[in-house]
Ligand binder design. Structure first.
Ligand SMILES: [Zn+2]
Ligand SMILES: [Zn+2]
Length: 543
């Protein structure tokens, strides 16, 4: 097979090479803490694992794709907004007060919505619902479950046995910690919070501790002062050790992680993997987080989005396409102009099916790979896909219960749909119009919101030049005489402008002013077709 230049294929090459050398089935791992504040930026962790995995599957290389839920992590902060199981947001201040659980493992905290067994079960469900609705299906592992089943035991033992080396590593990477520090916390049986241990027993498999509180982010969780022992299964390796222990447990071949880990726990993790757990760390892949509408998402600010939010305005494949772009630099997901992303996706789809030409061969191959990665099951032929941009206009031109029928009539008049469309085609139209309509109502920039005026303003009519008026009358005449396709109309607009000695911008500006009462607007031909030639002609008749 020819070497692919697509980033995920190149990672898959490396994964295959390593797994052959190690004579093991590749293990591709990702993970997430069900903190309640995880968003589409954190989704990178899953997606950057999924694409190389999909590349392996395509080549017939069997691999494991696993997803940890870090449900034994403590609650570090209560996010400003929390999502229910349907993906709808609620202000956390209006739910039960959860701040008393700071420092308690997420799997031991009640569900703030009361519908699941625990905080972690609830937010793992919300998260995995998003992951699976994009067509990704990793095997889910609960870290709490792995502790309860004793799967961490051999690794906890190694950490305790190699206490001296562990102490050296800890004090090297965490300046505040001494060489006697034991990177293991116990869950206090009295208050439920995590507390650092001071002793261990290799035979009885127990740890001793005093519940003295722990630093959490920039504050401390309070301890209750309890002094006693618990079994190892009622404790937790600290993250810097837990992460490499999971690599060892799963024989992880490849794992993506965010920039935040790259400079911290990944550096110490490699040393811990080699010197404490006697394994080679996985092939790493560092991804950038991204901005949404130019801002960093933050659970404490509350400006986070989850997959469920995105699927209200676009199809899973269009959203997943965003992540196929080369992830080296920080990107901005511009929800106001989401049309631009979806245009890109539609182009990739047409290139894939040979409907759009792409003269640069590397770019053509890249788009083909991006499309393949985004779509769960690539259809045999080009699917019916009404352009999102057009759909967004039609969604504003139709209304009432029979909006789908109205849309179908518009699309028949423009030649987008045949006389007797199939059920599937009608459903495709409905799907796109609903999504684009939701986008218009929620995130769209003003320029995409269109409303044809009833009659043009006097002031505007007075401001038009004679040439502009003549051109608009020509347009009125054209629209009233025959039904046009979008392409035909587009051509005619240029002819009309030229005939009346106008530059295209002069003509278009006049049209926007008269029809929309503003200086600029959407693609004129598309707009006229979407709202209907007759209605536009009627407004133009006052020129
Ligand atoms: Zn729940
Ligand atoms: Zn306690």
């Amino acid at each position: 097979m020819e070497k692919s230049l697509f980033w995920a294929d190149q990672l898959a090459d490396k994964i295959i090479e390593r797994s052959k050398r190690e004579k093991r089935k590749p293990n591709i791992k990702c993970q997430q803490t069900p903190s309640g504040g995880k968003h589409i930026g954190n989704l990178n962790d899953v997606v950057r694992a999924y694409f190389p995995y999909k590349s392996l599957m395509e080549r017939g290389t069997k691999a494991e794709f696993v997803h940890m839920t870090d449900d034994r992590d403590p609650l570090k902060a209560v996010p400003k907004r929390l999502a229910d199981l349907d993906g709808n947001w609620h202000e956390s201040s209006k739910l039960k007060d959860m701040s008393k659980y700071l420092g308690v493992p997420l799997c031991r905290i009640p569900d703030p919505f009361g519908c699941c067994k625990s905080w972690s079960e609830h937010f793992t469900k919300v998260w995995m619902e998003g992951v699976r609705s994009l067509g990704m299906n990793p095997t889910l592992y609960s870290v709490d479950d792995l502790y309860r089943k004793g799967k961490f035991e051999p690794f906890i033992r190694m950490v305790f046995r190699r206490k001296d080396r562990v102490g050296e590593i800890v004090s090297k990477y965490q300046k505040t910690k001494s060489k006697d520090y034991i990177p293991f916390d116990a869950i206090c049986p009295r208050c439920g919070r995590l507390a650092n241990v001071s002793s261990f027993d290799l035979k009885k498999k127990r740890v001793g501790f005093m519940c003295g509180g722990k630093a959490i982010k920039d504050r401390r969780s309070e301890g209750c002062g309890f002094v006693g022992e618990v079994p190892w299964s009622e404790g937790k390796l600290q993250w810097r050790f837990e992460w490499p222990a999971l690599w060892a447990m799963f024989h992880t071949t490849f794992e993506p992680f965010g920039k935040d880990h790259a400079a911290g726990s990944w550096i110490s993790g490699q040393e811990i993997a080699r010197n404490i757990f006697d394994i080679e760390p996985p092939i790493p892949y560092v991804y950038e987080f991204f901005l949404v509408n130019g801002e960093k998402m933050s659970a404490s600010v509350g400006n986070v989005f989850i997959v469920q939010d995105m699927l209200k305005i676009m199809e899973p494949e269009a959203f997943l396409y965003y992540y196929t772009k080369k992830p080296g630099k920080q990107r901005d997901l511009d929800l106001e102009n989401i049309i631009l992303l979806i245009n890109d996706f539609e182009h990739a789809e047409r290139v894939y099916f040979g409907k759009d030409k792409e003269s640069n061969e590397n770019e053509r191959k890249n788009l083909t790979r991006q499309y393949f990665m985004s779509v769960k099951d690539v259809p045999k032929g080009m699917p019916m896909r009404l352009s999102y941009q057009f759909a967004s206009m039609i969604s504003q031109a139709v209304s009432g219960k029979d909006y789908v029928e109205q849309a179908v009539r518009i699309l028949q008049s423009t030649g987008h749909l045949k006389e007797n469309p199939t059920k599937k085609e009608i459903e495709a139209v409905r799907g796109r119009i609903d999504l684009a309509g939701n986008w218009i109502r929620t995130y769209a920039a003003d320029e995409y919101r269109i409303k044809l005026v009833e009659r043009p303003e006097r002031k505007i009519l007075a401001s038009l030049s004679n040439d502009q008026k003549k051109a608009l009358r020509d347009l009125q005449a054209l629209l009233s005489t025959k039904e046009l396709t979008e392409d035909k109309l587009y051509e005619s607009l240029w002819v009309i402008a030229k005939k009346n000695n106008l530059t295209a911008p002069e003509f278009f500006r006049g049209a926007y002013q008269v029809l929309l009462n503003r200086e600029s607007g959407p693609r004129l031909a598309q707009f006229i077709i979407a709202v209907g030639q007759e209605r536009v002609a009627k407004v133009l008749s006052s020129v």
